[in-house]
Design a binder for this molecule. Sequence first.
Ligand code: FAD
Length: 394
Amino acid sequence: MDARAHTGERGDPSGPTVHDTPERLLLREQVSRFVAREVEPNADAWEHDGRVPRQVIARLGQLGWLGLQVPEVYGGSGVDPITNFVFTEALSRSTYGGFVVTVLVHTDMASPHLVHAGTEAQKARWLPGIVRGDIMAAIAVTEANAGSDVARIRTTARRDGADFVLDGSKMFITNGVHADLYFVAARTAPLETGSRGLSIFAVEKGAPGFRVGQVLDKTGWRSSDTAELVFDGCRVPAADLLGNENEGFRALMRNFQRERLALAAMAIGNAMSSLALALEHARTREAFGGALWQREAIRQKLALLDARTQALRAFAYHCAWLDSERQDCVREISQLKALAGELANDVAYGCQQCHGGIGYIRESAIERLWRDARILSIGGGATEVMLEEAAKRL
Ligand SMILES: Cc1cc2nc3c(=O)[nH]c(=O)nc-3n(C[C@H](O)[C@H](O)[C@H](O)COP(=O)(O)OP(=O)(O)OC[C@H]3O[C@@H](n4cnc5c(N)ncnc54)[C@H](O)[C@@H]3O)c2cc1C
């Protein structure tokens, strides 16, 4: 049943968009095939192990999909945001959200910091490895006492000779255990300066004074590793400051747009896969003398969830287009993230309900999609925070 969630067969809610080109259609088809053949049959073991194997990441690198947003000079292909959205959406049709987030944190949430703010020397040093998948990236902003309110982070970075010295800790960091390179937000000016006192540092695994703290056990995204990071007098060469000192907040806000598009793609992929599974189940499951599909209440519920998903998908492509046109789209992308996180939960819940008892059993894909959906309205900008961002711009 799992393998049918992303096959594009009859009833599959994903279809053409007005933005399709032969290249984008080919990319969607190739990524879908990869998900069907190389992810879905194998990822139960990754869920069990709490990580995606490095050879799978390397395979994505060989296929060129870890460098879609990286300029060609560093081994990437520098595609536009719409083409990138095609990739993130197609990957997100996997019923294993932990796999998807492992990849998208690397490609869309962490490494864009280096692409946007890195010096030539920093890019030449790390980007080729990131594109190949030899260097796994993470983004470390959240702290135990500062999540939504990024301006309140307390990890400090104090200049000492040719180094900065980092002290503090980070919480809930995706790829936290197995990454090789961490983009860490730290305070380079007193707390009172708020958002004007933050900077971003590239910290390599093995830096003195840096260690992975508690490994966190989660409801969903089981194949993704999530950890606390500890910086205890961690020395980072001043040359590894990313962008200008005290301008980190602006860089974070800029990258949050890309991050939120990727999270919206995850939500849409989750919703489409949930719907595909529920349609299949409703058509084949017999109760009270016929298939569930013959019940008006069931098919109308699925029709409405499908309509909401299609509408959101169209809005998501519109947001990717605004981004590709370099228009200010903070309002739209904040609204998209809010809608997408809530919708994924509504769809997964409704589709799980159609499955009855089997939808509550660990072996069923819909049960995993329901668990994986939960974080999508919390992580990377909770719904309420996104709506505040949108409201400010109405
Ligand atoms: C599995 C997982 C992976 C993650 N990966 C990363 C990562 O790789 N890197 C990273 O830096 N962070 C990561 N995070 C952190 C994530 O982005 C934060 O958890 C999220 O931003 C919310 O912050 P918080 O947990 O501190 O909640 P808080 O900020 O304490 O908010 C709690 C709740 O209060 C509500 N709320 C907050 N602000 C407002 C407001 N203004 N108005 C109304 N309601 C509000 C929301 O419902 C919110 O969910 C991850 C988290 C999880 C669980």
